[in-house]
Design a protein around this ligand. Structure first.
Ligand SMILES: [Zn+2]
Length: 384
């Protein structure tokens, strides 16, 4: 029998081992749930698994080359249905691009899938279904899916992908085999990028701190890190985590602007404002960082910004207290050490605490204008 290898999926040892064993032993489940954050490789894993099941190679499966593999990886087979995915992982695009408005998956889509599932395959050995963002299925859609999962048609295999399985009904969860995608450590992710991605390895030579920042923002997800490395400036600005990080840098730069000359590295991303910051100017800067149209979107951005500031102030506090340990906001100790020297450790830790309280308040308080002023007020505390 051909050897099974999912090596195109980086890391994820436990995941691959479980799946390979199930396929080798003929104990394949009819439904899998792959859970992991955005960009953690769920879709890649689903397409590779689908290809493995049907590949015709006598050596290694999936071979990625045979007509069957090609058809599956490009989603061209009539026996493979894909719903809810924003992009295909093997079409050369980055899979982890931030999506526009999240759309729910309605009952009609699942009903269509259900009537298809009972028709025998005529192209592949199996009928394969990949449901991206399964956690966006409405309750009716989940109940419709449940009917198929309870009496699965022979030869049908379902791959449900989700970021948050809490959004799925317990009855659905009990019918699927769950596998978690690996969350890489920063170091592991950095090493993978430098090894497998040309642009990333070029970036590490050109601006290593930037690559490390991307790794940090990717939060252990290879696909997200790839997105950051390959994204255009405009795409980066739309990414919430990136925008929050840049915004936090700008706010802190503004707060300490008058104590530096405008070529200071601290002002990176700022505009070199040299007058003394005030509550009004800080609030105005925060407002300028919000997308501006949609209230909910503004609130979510403000929340992310406050979260990023929380982490930044935590790093600054560590530096001010001389605590060793991994920084979570800054890629190196240089910048925060300079900033921390401007503040008392007590001021920093008070500010950090106030930011955490504000972050909790944000869920209860919908008024973006008021929250913006509160955030500016907390930040001005750093000047004390
Ligand atoms: Zn093949």
């Amino acid at each position: 029998m051909a050897r099974i290898s999912l090596e195109c999926l980086y890391g994820n040892g436990v995941f691959k081992e479980t799946l390979v064993r199930a396929i080798t032993d003929g104990r394949l489940s009819h439904a899998y749930l792959f859970e992991g954050v955005q960009g953690s490789g769920k879709a890649t894993a689903a397409f590779l698994s689908a290809a493995t099941l049907c590949c015709t190679s006598e050596e290694v499966r999936p071979c990625m080359q045979c007509p069957t593999c090609r058809k599956i990886l490009s989603a061209q087979s009539p026996d493979l249905s894909v719903i809810g995915l924003d992009a295909l992982p093997f079409d050369g695009h980055d899979p982890a691009k931030p999506t526009e408005k999240p759309r729910s998956i309605g009952v009609d889509a699942i009903r269509a899938l259900r009537s298809d599932a009972y028709i025998l395959p005529n192209d592949l050995e199996y009928k394969l279904y990949i449901i991206g963002h399964a956690d966006r299925m409405t309750v009716q859609a989940q109940n419709a899916l449940l009917k198929i999962l309870e009496e699965p048609p022979t030869g049908a295999v379902f791959f449900l992908l989700c970021e948050n399985r809490a959004a799925l009904l317990p009855t659905v969860l009990s019918r699927v085999q769950r596998l978690n995608m690996e969350q890489f450590s920063d170091d592991a992710l950095y090493a993978l990028l430098c090894r497998y991605d040309r642009e990333a390895s070029m970036l590490s030579a050109r601006d290593d701190a930037l690559l490390r920042l991307y790794v940090r923002l990717a939060d252990g997800a290879y696909g997200r890190a790839l997105f950051y490395v390959h994204a255009q400036k405009k795409e980066l600005a739309q990414d919430e985590a990136y925008a929050a990080h840049e915004g936090a840098m700008q706010c802190l730069a503004l707060l300490f602007a008058d104590s530096y000359s405008d070529d200071s590295p601290v002002l990176r991303g700022g505009e070199g404002v040299l007058e003394r910051p005030s509550l009004t100017s800080v609030a105005a800067r925060i407002t300028s960082l919000l997308p501006g149209k949609d209230g909910a979107e503004n609130r979510s951005r403000l929340r992310a910004l406050t979260g990023a500031l929380c982490v930044a102030v935590r790093d600054l506090t560590m530096c001010a207290c001389g605590v060793e340990g991994q920084l979570l906001f800054y890629p190196s100790h240089e910048q925060p050490a300079v900033l921390a020297a401007r503040c008392r450790a007590k001021t920093l830790s008070d500010t950090g605490r106030a930011l955490c309280v504000l972050l909790e308040d944000m869920d209860a308080n919908p008024n973006v204008g008021m929250l913006t002023r509160s955030l500016a007020g907390v930040l001005m505390g750093l000047r004390r």
